[in-house]
Every structure is written in structure tokens, then in C-alpha cells.
Design a protein around this ligand. Structure first.
Ligand code: BGC
Ligand code: ZN
Ligand code: ZN
Length: 367
């Protein structure tokens, strides 16, 4: 079968022909329909993701952690899954710590977790995958076209859950009991920034999405469908602050210290800064004593957020279903290209480098 192969920590990517996986006693055999390309995939290909590693004893790994497929065969007792559409949970527990044993490998304490297509486990950019039913989430046929977005969205379901749990440290809702008076700033207009904005909007926050440049037309289209405000932060955050007042949530997808420094002084009392995603290039900066004092004096919480687990995939699908009517066309306009795996050169090109007109590119393995 055809598969996209990488060899971290070495940079590079190839499309290879490898043997199909074999169905085990407790397994299900899935034909992959299409997979999404994530920034993490490109970091692996460019050799800049420190946690990336091949499965034990192998020098190559199948890339990909955003996939939708259809169950073609199943082992004894699981036959009723045949014909169902499924998405796959990408991080799996270390088998030792309590969080992993309780289905919360997103909070693994040993660092011994594996991640499909990222760390120590083959991923999903292949024609077929054999997996354990524990790690599959069924997808209703009506959501087939956009359900692959449930994987990146699961990361955000976990993240916003984490923000809301942290904010229970005080009374944080508005006078009407909602979050409508609270201002959320999402930094970054990539797929994560877009999905984070949709989710925060669904929770009732007043969302502004930010980038240090003007929007490309495809981004403008998507943002108008989501129905949130855009702000160009090239000259800092002062103008936005003057217009809307202090920020209650800052959701950062850039991991750039200079960005954090510039936004920090506009954060509200009792606000929260969520750091999502890994840096693409090194940047050195520091917080000074005034900034640290302000964080303390304003009860500002800082929370790192990574990875969603099975329950987050499930809530992600619920949100996707509801957005089909509340934000018509938004998810669909997020998928900016579909490239078939047979189109090798184009696939390899888009894997190596993000084209400027991309929000989410899919690689189609079968239909
Ligand atoms: C994935 C997450 C994963 C993270 C860290 C992201 O691209 O979507 O689920 O935990 O990378 O490897
Ligand atoms: Zn990802
Ligand atoms: Zn663990």
C-alpha cells in the first residue's frame, strides 16, 4: 500500500510502497479516506520537532494523525463496526501513570505516551490502518466531509475545557450568567486559531482573532463565516485595548515570546493566558520583574495546553454538527485543498511547505 514515510529526527519525507497491515485478534481494519496535514507534520519533515521519533526498532514511521476512514473488516465480536465511518484518537497512554490508565493520556505524567505519526507509533497517512477499537470514534455519515477536523478540534476542546476549569478559581461569568462580557483574543489565523475562535464563540465569548498582517481572502471569508472580529497586531495591541478594553482570555498559537510580551500588559484582572502549540523557530526574550509582578498582582493564570482525548473527539463531533447550522459553510471553507495521493509531486510539495492559500489541506487516499 502507499504510505507517507518519515524518519525523525532526520528531516525528509517520501511516499513509499509498504506491506498492508495485518488484522489482529482484537483489531479493526480501516480503509483511510483522507488525512489532514498539520503544522506538526511539517515540523517533523523539517526535522525541528524534538519529541518526534520512529516506533521502537524501526527507522521509518508512517506520518499523519488526522484521519477519517471506513471499517472494512473487523475481528470476531466487532463485526457490527464494518461499514462505519471512524476517526482515530492519536495519542495513546504510557500504560503506567494514572491519567493514562484513566483515558487521559493528554495528562500523561511519565512522558511515555506515544502519538500516531509523531512519537513512537505509526500514523495514518496510508491506504490502510489496523487499530484497536478503543481508539476509534464513530462519525455520522452527515459529517463525513468535515469530520477529519475533529482531531485538531479535539486538542482545542481539551484546551478550552482546561481554561474554563482554571477560571473556576473565582466568579468569572457575567451578570447574566454567560460569558458574553468576556473578551477572548486568539492569536494566529491558522487552522488552530480558526477552530479556537469557533469554539470560544460557541461558549459565548466575545472573540477577536489576531495576526500581524492583513488577512488573505480565504481567511477573510472563513472569519466572516465564523462571525468574529479580526485585528491586525502589527503595531501592538493598544488600539484593540482602547476599543474593547482589557482581555480576559489570550489564546496563543504562536509560541513567540515577543508576542506574549506585547499582549501581556493589556490583560485583565483574573485573566488567563493559554499557550498552545510549539515554536517553529527559536526566539529568545524574557519577562522582566515588572511583568512578573503584574501577573501576580492581577491573578493572571498561565496554562499550557496540549492534546485532546477520546471524550474531546466526541464533543468535537457535537460542535461540528452544531456549527453546520450555526456557522454555515465555515468548516467547509476551512478545507482549502484536496490532493490525491497518486499526485505524488504535489503531495510531497505541500507536505514540505505550507502554501500561502492554505487553511487545511487534505490528502485523499480513497473515496
Ligand atoms: C496534535 C496533538 C498532539 C501534539 C503534540 C498536535 O499536532 O494535534 O494531538 O498532542 O501535536 O505532539
Ligand atoms: Zn496536529
Ligand atoms: Zn502516562
Amino acid at each position: 500500500m502507499k504510505a507517507v514515510l518519515v524518519s525523525p529526527p532526520r528531516p525528509g519525507v517520501r511516499i513509499g510502497d509498504i506491506p498492508e497491515p495485518r488484522l489482529s485478534d482484537r483489531g479493526i481494519y480501516i480503509r483511510i479516506l483522507w488525512t489532514g496535514i498539520c503544522g506538526t507534520d511539517r515540523e517533523i519533515i523539517n526535522g525541528v520537532l524534538p519529541i518526534a521519533s520512529t516506533p521502537p526498532g524501526k527507522d521509518e514511521m508512517i506520518l499523519g494523525h488526522e484521519a477519517i476512514g471506513v471499517v472494512e473488516r473487523a475481528s470476531k465480536g466487532l463485526e457490527d463496526l464494518v461499514g462505519r465511518y471512524v476517526i482515530l484518537v492519536n495519542r495513546r497512554g504510557c500504560g503506567r501513570c494514572l491519567n493514562c490508565l484513566a483515558g487521559r493520556a493528554d495528562y500523561c505524567e511519565t512522558g511515555g505516551f506515544v502519538e500516531a505519526g509523531i512519537k513512537g507509533l505509526d500514523g495514518f497517512m496510508a491506504e490502510y490502518v489496523v487499530d484497536d477499537p478503543r481508539y476509534i470514534v464513530e462519525v455520522p455519515r452527515e459529517l463525513l466531509d468535515v469530520a477529519v477536523l475533529a482531531q485538531p478540534l479535539s486538542d482545542l476542546e481539551k484546551s478550552i475545557e482546561s481554561v474554563l476549569i482554571t477560571q473556576r478559581r473565582m466568579i468569572w461569568s457575567c451578570e447574566d450568567g454567560t460569558y458574553r462580557c468576556r473578551k477572548a483574543i486568539v492569536i494566529g489565523t491558522g487552522p488552530i486559531g480558526m477552530l479556537a475562535s469557533m469554539l470560544l464563540k460557541s461558549y459565548g465569548f466575545r472573540v477577536t482573532i489576531v495576526n500581524r498582517r492583513d488577512l488573505y481572502p480565504h481567511e477573510k471569508n472563513m472569519i466572516s463565516r465564523i462571525g468574529v472580529k479580526f485585528y491586525n497586531s502589527l503595531n501592538g495591541y493598544e488600539e484593540l485595548y482602547k476599543e474593547i478594553g482589557p482581555f480576559d482570555i489570550v489564546f496563543d498559537t504562536t509560541a513567540k515570546p515577543s508576542v506574549i510580551k506585547s499582549v501581556l500588559r493589556f490583560m485583565n484582572y483574573n485573566s488567563i493566558l493559554a499557550l498552545f502549540g510549539f515554536a517553529r523557530a527559536p526566539e529568545r526574550d524574557y519577562l522582566d520583574s515588572e511583568e512578573l509582578t503584574m501577573i501576580a498582582a492581577k491573578n493572571i493564570a498561565l496554562v499550557g495546553v496540549v492534546n485532546g482525548q477520546k471524550r474531546h473527539f466526541e464533543t468535537a463531533l457535537e460542535h461540528i454538527a452544531s456549527w453546520k447550522s450555526s456557522m454555515p459553510g465555515a468548516l467547509e471553507s476551512m478545507i482549502t485543498a484536496r490532493i490525491e495521493i497518486e499526485d505524488r509531486d504535489r503531495v510531497l510539495k505541500v507536505l514540505r511547505e505550507k502554501p500561502p492559500n492554505e487553511i487545511k489541506t487534505l490528502i485523499v487516499f480513497s473515496k
